[in-house]
Design a protein around this ligand. Structure first.
Ligand SMILES: [Zn+2]
Length: 974
């Protein structure tokens, strides 16, 4: 057992050498094709953990793979400071939020003394930026760090100003009044990056149907206004507080919580007084359509902050209402007064639904065996019924002029009618409520007036986005539908916030461009940022006063508009630099692969497509997107509360960079979540160590071939060639799990078989060192994108010069493929297994084993049978054909019997197998077995003979030879 490897030392050694040689700094090289990969820049409001490593590692594998395939590959990185997350996090720290303090100190091991300096958002950002960058270096990402920037760098702000001015000029920014998700505390719109748990707020519309009593309205929110004919009562929460208020001139009764919502949706609300729910209960109100008097009943399930806190009850067609009414009747069984009211409250049937009784709600309650109103099955029952009635339901006779109408049509008609009578309104809701802002406040829907929106609803822009998407590679491909859906569905989106870091809206300095709007074309900025840093002397004056850098600079370098002379004169930037930037942009753009996580498909990644399709000419539109799933920890979601988070840098220190890299990719392909665990990381570490151990054993001495390669040697090389080809195919589609399996694991089965077949070393006739060196060398190349540090270590230990990460990806090597050798090994292995079965079944330790390979004439018949089966020849014709051959006829019954058997086998064989055997033709089995006799002798520790059926001098005491067939020698044990 070799001494345990010091992974950290090994990795640091190679990282230092790579950095020293600047091998990841990529500049244009007109002699080489380029490849440009980017991954979402991180948000430095906390350290990264193991889960963050997946997207970046896949991006790095992709970059490294393309580099080895001969592409001049650029993989840069920046940091996203924009928006509220940094603000919110530092604020929570300032307020001493125990959860954050615990997460930072306990989970991430930040010294308590350091916390003090994280209380300022910008200090926090630079602290975590350094930490994240160190982690990215420690894990060995092949990043060109010269291009690093943050989104609050003055020149980046200037770039985003140009971006928005350009959108505005194209008419894609609109000022308008639209509903947005809103934080009442920050007085700012909120998007996915502004909410706790990164929830995208989902705004939906519901109806407010207004019940009446004494000129007071009781608005009830519903998604099914057509069921108004079946309303038997209203529900209010008995423990909630209600408000009597004047709303747009009418008197309304709504929950206390609803008042704020109405105000945010532009209703004029004047509160008169509070009303406890008890004052409403058991009173009656009037149905605005049927004019029936119905009671208000207590419903504990009514959420005061959902809708108006007043709900209409349709027990005939709503399982929740049916069950709540049933429960209520039981509860008030002994109260005479309430009893009477409840007895009169009976479900009303208003929708006819094929296959259901008059009361479908009751049917579904029975079907799902619902016990009470807290039963989770109620949700399923509700969904099933709502969908069935919407699609197949017909309004009954008791619905007046809607009688006979399909439900979907009746809904539209009744909304029209009630709207014209002022009996219905709409209310916007967050369908996925509660959505919590990062500041801790519950979000609601706000109608934002005169605000700036990016108009993703523009039909021409949608067309461009679709066109761009249609030309892109999407991995995994099944996400394409989600992209199409998002592009169709997106509408105006608020693009500015009242709070946070970032770029001010150029024409309205009170607003800051939000985080999902200033992060969609920054991939082009990596070209600029290199020159800003390199030519600091030239650009520093613009940093001090960004207004001196005109749009013309960006128009020329990024769009090729204007002339270099004009821009040089206007800006004082030397023409040489302007031309270099322009050339570099044209060289690297478009982005070939954008890496991100799959939860960003519906926002960031779709915006990325939209903006590129509008700002840049078609030849610079993005070429591909990879969106991967999450990382689980021992099968569970990572969460602070579960305390199952491993900080990335601690993980690297503990397991090594390569084991972490492989560990976050090994258990699933792109679309699925992977599962990381300590056991997995340690097993990968052991696997890589053993490969390094193999390299140590082989040493640096190149061994010349001593003899001609044997079939077995050729088999090993053929298997290697197959592995290269499969790994190439896998990495072309970024099927990283498959690539890992092939490269790190499956090849070992082949190597083990090769060694087993070779047996003890016979130095004079042995090519094994030469073959195994070739295997290890090639394997190291294809391993390099996945585990670059271990690969370098192996590469140098076996005496190769240069870096393996700069070596060429092995050619797929059709020449190295040897189907004959592969077929031979399949035969040898099959016979080994068959013999083992016989030994096991008979329970005897054999003294002698004889293998009888099929006679040549059987091969002749066998191949004819395959062909006949292919041509669907009739059995009689086939036998006739066989017996027409004088040689075969002379064999008499033996030939006829075998012909019948062979054609039957050929007919039953899978098409693919039949075709490949036909293609392969005659296989010389006898030499294969003769040369394997030593192997069988070692395996079974007995004498082994090999004969061909019909050979003169054959020893065949039990007449087994005649049972031999092509691909299946007869086996005799004694
Ligand atoms: Zn807030």
């Amino acid at each position: 057992m070799p001494a345990k490897l010091d992974w950290c030392a090994l990795e640091r050694k190679w990282q230092k050498k790579w950095n020293w040689r600047k091998i990841y700094e990529t500049d244009p090289d007109p002699r080489k094709p380029k490849y440009y990969a980017t991954a979402a820049y991180p948000y430095p409001n906390s350290p990264q953990h193991i889960g963050h490593a997946r997207t970046y590692t896949i991006a790095d594998v992709n970059a490294r793979y393309h580099r080895m395939k001969g592409y001049n590959t650029l993989f840069p990185m920046g940091f996203h400071y924009t928006g509220t997350p940094l603000f919110a996090m530092s604020k929570r720290l300032r307020e001493g939020d125990p959860e954050i303090v615990k997460t930072f100190t306990k989970v991430y091991g930040i010294p308590p003394a350091t916390l003090e300096k994280l209380k300022d958002p910008k200090s926090m950002a630079s602290y975590f930026r350094e930490d994240i960058k160190k982690g990215m270096m420690e894990i060995g990402f092949s990043i060109d760090w010269r291009r690093e920037f943050t989104t609050i760098d003055p020149l980046y702000n200037r770039y985003i100003e140009w971006h928005f001015q350009t959108l505005n000029r194209k008419g894609l920014i609109t000022k308008g009044t639209h509903p947005v998700a809103w934080c009442p505390n920050d007085k700012s719109p909120v998007g996915v990056v502004d909410t706790q748990g990164d929830v995208e707020p989902d705004i939906g519309e519901s109806y407010l149907v207004k019940f009446q009593k004494d000129s007071v309205s009781y608005p009830t929110s519903t998604l099914r206004p057509e069921t108004i004919f079946g309303v038997t009562n209203l529900w209010v929460n008995p423990d909630a507080t209600y408000i009597r208020a004047r709303v747009d001139g009418e008197l309304w009764i709504v929950s206390k919580e609803a008042v704020e919502k109405l105000q945010h949706q532009n209703h004029k609300v004047t509160i008169e007084h509070e009303i406890p729910a008890s004052e409403l209960l058991w009173k009656t109100v009037q149905n605005p359509v049927t004019n029936n008097e119905i009671p208000i009943l207590p419903g504990g399930f009514v959420e005061p902050d959902n809708g108006t806190g007043v709900v209409m009850s349709v027990p005939g067609h709503a399982p929740y209402d049916y069950q709540a009414l049933t429960d209520l009747k039981q509860r008030y069984a002994n109260s005479a007064e309430s009893q009477q009211i409840l007895q009169d409250t009976k479900p009303i049937s208003i929708i006819r639904l094929e296959g259901f009784s008059d009361l479908p709600a009751a049917d579904l309650i029975a079907k799902f065996k619902v016990k009470d109103q807290n039963d989770p099955h109620l949700e399923h029952a509700t969904q099933e019924l709502y969908s069935k009635e919407f699609h197949d339901g017909i309004m009954k006779e008791n619905t007046g002029r809607y009688s006979g109408m399909p439900v979907a049509k009746a809904r539209e008609a009744i909304v029209r009618e009630l709207t014209s009578q002022g009996k219905i309104e709409t209310l916007l809701e967050l369908r996925n409520a509660p959505v919590i802002c990062r500041c801790g406040t519950k979000c609601l829907v706000h109608i934002l007036e005169n605000q700036w929106f990016i108009n993703y609803g523009d039909p021409e822009w949608k067309k461009l986005a679709h066109k761009c998407l249609d030309q892109m590679v999407i991995l995994p491909e099944e996400l394409r539908g989600e992209f199409n859906y998002t592009i169709d569905w997106l509408r105006e989106r608020a693009c500015a916030r009242a709070v946070g870091l970032g770029t001010k809206l150029p024409w309205d300095q009170n607003w800051i461009i939000e985080a999902l709007s200033d992060s969609v074309i920054y991939m082009a900025y990596y070209i600029l940022s290199k020159y800003f840093a390199k030519n600091w002397v030239v650009f520093k004056k613009f940093e001090k006063d960004t207004s001196r850098l005109p749009d013309a600079f960006f128009n020329f370098t990024l769009l090729g508009e204007g002339t270099v002379d004009a821009v040089a004169e206007q800006t004082g930037i030397p023409k040489r630099i302007l031309n270099a930037i322009r050339a570099e942009f044209q060289y690297f753009y478009p982005v070939d692969m954008r890496h991100s996580a799959r939860d960003l498909v519906s926002n960031h990644l779709s915006f990325y497509i939209f903006h590129h399709s509008s700002l840049f000419p078609e030849k610079q539109w993005p070429k591909g997107i990879v969106a991967n799933g999450f990382v689980l920890m021992e099968g569970a979601k990572m969460s602070k509360s579960l305390e199952n988070i491993i900080p990335l840098r601690q993980g690297i220190a503990k397991f090594g960079a390569d084991p972490v890299r492989v560990g976050v990719m090994a258990t699933a392909e792109l679309g699925q979540d992977t599962d990381f665990s300590e056991v997995l990381a340690l097993s990968i570490q052991e696997r890589l160590s053993s490969l390094i151990g193999q390299a140590r054993k082989l040493g640096t001495k190149k061994t010349a071939g001593k003899t001609k390669l044997s079939t077995l040697d050729r088999w090993m090389i053929s298997r290697l060639s197959n592995a290269v080809q499969s790994a190439t195919n896998a990495l072309d589609r970024l099927r990283v799990r498959e690539a890992i399996n092939i490269i790190l694991y499956q090849l070992d089965n082949d190597i083990a078989w090769y060694r087993r077949r070779l047996g003890p070393k016979k130095p004079r006739f042995d090519n094994r060192d030469r073959v195994l060196r070739k295997v290890l060398e090639t394997r190291t190349r294809i391993m390099a994108p996945l585990a670059p540090h271990a690969a370098e270590e192996i590469w140098s230990r076996i005496g190769n010069k240069g870096f393996v990460v700069q070596a060429h990806w092995p050619e797929e090597g059709e020449n190295d493929k040897d189907p004959v050798a592969e077929r031979a090994e399949i035969l040898v292995r099959q016979a080994l297994e068959d013999t083992g079965e016989i030994v096991k079944a008979t329970g005897i330790a054999p003294k002698r084993i004889a293998y009888y390979t099929a006679a040549d004439w059987k091969w002749q018949v066998y191949l004819k049978a395959l062909k006949a089966a292919e041509e669907k020849m009739r059995l009689g014709d086939f036998i006739k054909n066989i017996m027409g051959d004088p040689g075969l006829r002379s064999l008499g019954k033996a030939a006829a019997d075998y012909a019948a058997k062979a054609i039957q086998q050929a007919n039953q064989m899978p098409d693919e197998m039949r075709r490949s055997r036909l293609r392969d033709g005659f296989t010389a089995e006898n030499p294969i077995f003769t040369s394997s006799a030593d192997f069988y002798k070692r395996e079974f520790k007995c004498v082994v003979d090999v004969w061909r059926e019909g050979d003169p001098g054959i020893s065949d005491p039990k007449g087994r030879a005649r049972m031999s067939e092509p691909y299946r020698p007869a086996i005799y044990l004694e």
